[in-house]
Design a protein around this ligand. Structure first.
Ligand SMILES: *[C@@H]1O[C@H](CO)[C@@H](O)[C@H](O)[C@H]1NC(C)=O
Ligand SMILES: *[C@@H]1O[C@H](CO)[C@@H](O)[C@H](O)[C@H]1NC(C)=O
Ligand SMILES: *[C@@H]1O[C@H](CO)[C@@H](O)[C@H](O)[C@H]1NC(C)=O
Ligand SMILES: *[C@@H]1O[C@H](CO)[C@@H](O)[C@H](O)[C@H]1NC(C)=O
Ligand SMILES: *[C@@H]1O[C@H](CO)[C@@H](O)[C@H](O)[C@H]1NC(C)=O
Ligand SMILES: *[C@@H]1O[C@H](CO)[C@@H](O)[C@H](O)[C@H]1NC(C)=O
Ligand SMILES: *[C@@H]1O[C@H](CO)[C@@H](O)[C@H](O)[C@H]1NC(C)=O
Ligand SMILES: *[C@@H]1O[C@H](CO)[C@@H](O)[C@H](O)[C@H]1NC(C)=O
Length: 633
């Protein structure tokens, strides 16, 4: 997992110094400092400045994953950057940017997508995007044709000075990313009620400026930076021929207020009904069974409507009245004055219809519409377990195609392959309860650190080329029910500690090079219906069905035996040396005898006679001793 933090630190510090210098230079009346902003041009080898505001984009050169390439911009709304970074499937399905140095706060996080500028890459990739483990976007077929689908955006609370942004492959082309923007917004931005807060994320679904012929960013409207440089798509009619555009040059009061700092220009255009068709209907496609936060923007910009009670209408969403008797002048206090209303609606179907239904004699008006999906932020995986998985990834030599970047369990739509997750609602985090990496060509070894995954119920590493011994720490994973290490190159003996695994129901160690005694506790378990397989190993022994082991010897006994063997060997060598010396003597005598025959022969006989006589004497003495006490003894 690569980190952009360090390479970006220097430019960020420079930017900070610059911002500080500017802040000091500007008059103290501008109390509010500029919001934090980090912009990244993906695939760029140098920092980039873009017109019209000379915006600074940091390069992402030091990022280790993915491939930089030239980009084609699918839409004019895409920032004028020339490069992108794409992630071939061989890099794994999950690829992440981990951005450091982001102060705690509320942010608008936005990423733009692009196409690789090479004829061989002409198809549109489809993939998902997550921020801090929560999925905030999913590119669907045809996204390149829609200005407001070439980016994903969400309002997120960032609590730990880092922002993790991941792209999740869906198998349709290589994910490709042009830019990342982390733009600070007000601490109460888009407050919609008690459910708003650190645990919720607002995914931008639609942002529409009504009666305006040209899509615009906040910056194009000269909006406040604290608004997060929103993109406003444009619509001039909901139903051609049944409504009309309206616009004004008058300035609008109370537009750019905290917490959302809407640009004034947003309220200078509107769509209104006609006398034949006084109501307005806007329908959009949405994902079913979600909660949506809907924000409606009004300003009375019709010169003919001058007082309270002259334009009164209800607002209905999917048939339910959400605002009754909206009277813009009465509620905002004046004409040419902004009014923002927000409401939260659950939607079960695939469309969301907003209806502006005027009272008799009136016609409806709407200036802008925002729709967000309210997403409950995902809880993350236990930090210790993520660290352990990273250790295992290295030590098992997990192939690159697994990826294993970002969070293992979330977004729930994209868990890492080869692991099973379980949510613990007490500790409010995810834990790993299964490791299934059978037949994946793993060539490393099983780290003792595997016991850091304390909630594992099953481990299947069957059919790999894992070497070394079975770590005895496995015996501390008390919840383990299934352990399949069959068909690997494991050697050494089975650790005694496995006998402590009282939940173990299935243990396959067959097809390895294990040797030695099987822990007796495991043998006992067989009586209770567990299924263990120890066949096809170098030499296991000690439980029914396997050979009996040799006598069990203590270390002391082994030393004793070794010592005894040495002494025996020494004696044997001494005997051999004696025998050889004697034999040499005999041979020498025989050679001498052959030379000086008669004399030598006589001497030999003589010595033999003496020996005989000695034996006889000795024999007499012994029989005397056996017959009774003797003076000789
Ligand atoms: C990108 O375009 C530039 C010219 O604009 C060219 O020099 C460069 O080789 C291109 N890079 C790639 C990776 O195609
Ligand atoms: C959104 O509406 C709720 C009540 O429905 C209100 O409490 C809240 O202040 C509104 N938010 C803004 C930013 O106006
Ligand atoms: C929508 O909101 C309601 C009330 O807050 C909640 O009970 C429900 O679970 C939410 N639905 C979804 C899909 O988030
Ligand atoms: C959930 O977490 C709590 C606190 O860490 C722990 O005490 C409990 O045993 C866990 N529950 C499960 C089912 O793992
Ligand atoms: C482990 O995976 C293999 C497939 O590679 C399967 O045959 C075996 O049954 C699995 N082990 C257990 C205990 O489920
Ligand atoms: C196990 O993890 C610790 C830190 O969590 C690390 O220092 C150690 O090197 C790891 N052991 C192995 C064998 O990788
Ligand atoms: C097990 O195999 C490894 C090499 O794969 C070797 O270094 C180690 O000495 C072996 N251990 C035993 C106990 O045979
Ligand atoms: C144990 O594994 C061997 C292959 O190594 C297989 O032939 C045998 O059927 C297995 N025994 C059981 C009881 O599963």
């Amino acid at each position: 997992m690569a980190t952009l933090g360090r390479p970006l630190l220097l430019p960020w510090l420079l930017a900070l110094a610059l911002a500080l210098a500017l802040a000091l230079a500007s008059p103290p009346s501008l109390a509010r400092p500029a919001p934090f902003a980090m912009r990244i041009s993906c695939g760029a080898r140098e920092d980039v400045h873009t017109p019209p505001t000379n915006t600074l984009w940091f390069k992402d050169f030091a990022y280790s994953g993915g491939i930089p390439a030239n980009a084609t911009r699918p839409s004019f709304t895409t920032p004028p950057l020339k490069t992108l970074r794409y992630f071939p499937l061989s890099d794994g399905p999950e690829n992440c940017y981990n951005l450091n140095g982001v102060p705690i706060g509320h942010y608008s996080v936005r990423t733009f997508f692009g196409l690789i500028a090479q004829p061989s890459f002409d198809n549109e990739p489809l993939f998902d995007i997550s921020v801090e483990g929560t999925q905030i976007g999913s590119l669907s077929s045809g996204w390149t044709d829609h200005d407001d689908q070439v980016f994903a955006e969400a309002r997120v609370f960032l609590a730990d000075s880092t922002a993790s942004l991941c792209l999740h492959s869906t198998g349709h082309g290589d994910p490709a990313i042009v830019s990342i923007e982390i733009l600070q917004v007000d601490d109460r931005a888009y407050y919609f009620g008690p459910d708003w807060g650190r645990g919720t994320i607002l995914r931008t679904v639609k942002r529409l400026s009504c009666g305006n012929g040209k899509p615009k960013f906040d910056a194009d409207y000269s909006g406040d930076q604290w608004g997060g440089d929103r993109f406003w798509d444009s619509v001039t009619t909901f139903q051609s021929g049944y409504d009309q555009e309206r616009s004004t040059e008058e300035s609008i009061a109370q537009a750019s207020l905290p917490p959302n700092f809407y640009p004034e220009g947003l309220y200078q255009t509107a769509i209104i009904g006609t006398s034949q068709q006084p109501d307005l209907d806007y329908t959009m496609d949405v994902d079913p069974n979600r909660n949506y936060s809907v924000w409606l923007h009004f300003a009375e910009i019709d010169a003919l409507v001058t007082g309270a009670g002259e334009r009164v209408f209800d607002v209905l969403i999917n048939g339910d009245t959400v605002f009754r008797g909206v009277d813009i002048i009465k509620m905002s206090g004046d004409h040419y004055t902004a009014l923002v209303l927000n409401t939260t609606v659950p939607v079960s179907g695939r469309t969301l219809t907003i209806r502006f239904l005027p009272k008799t004699g009136n016609i409806a008006i709407i200036n802008a519409i925002e729709v967000f999906e309210i997403i409950i932020a995902e809880s993350k995986t236990s930090v210790d377990e993520v660290r352990t998985l990273q250790t295992l990834k290295d030590e098992l030599m997990l192939p690159l195609r697994f990826g294993w970047n970002g969070d293992p369990c979330v977004p729930q739509q994209h868990p890492w392959s080869g692991i099973d997750c379980r949510f613990n609602s007490t500790s409010n985090n995810w834990v790993i309860d299964g490791l299934g990496l059978n037949n994946q060509g793993l060539r490393g070894f099983l780290s003792p650190n595997v016991s850091g995954l304390r909630h594992l119920q099953s481990i299947n590493l069957s059919g790999n080329s894992i070497q070394g011994s079975i770590p005895s720490s496995l015996g501390t994973i008390a919840s383990l029910e299934l352990l399949d290490l069959s068909y690997n190159f494991l050697n050494g003996s089975i650790p005694e500690s496995l006998g402590q695994l009282t939940s173990l129901k299935k243990l396959n160690l067959n097809g390895n090079s294990l040797s030695g005694r099987v822990p007796a506790a495991l043998g006992g378990r067989l009586l209770h219906g567990a299924s263990f397989n120890f066949t096809d190993n170098a030499g296991l022994c000690g439980i029914p069905g396997l050979p009996t082991c040799g006598p069990h010897l203590s270390a002391g006994a082994k030393v004793g035996i070794a010592f005894g063997a040495c002494v025996a060997l020494l004696l044997l060598v001494m005997c051999a040396v004696c025998w050889w010396k004697r034999r040499q003597n005999i041979l020498r005598t025989q050679q001498i005898a052959a030379r000086e025959a008669p004399y030598a022969k006589a001497r030999t006989h003589f010595s033999r006679d003496i020996q005989l006589a000695r034996h006889q004497n000795h024999g007499h003495a012994r029989s005397a001793a056996e017959n009774g006490p003797s003076l000789l003894s």
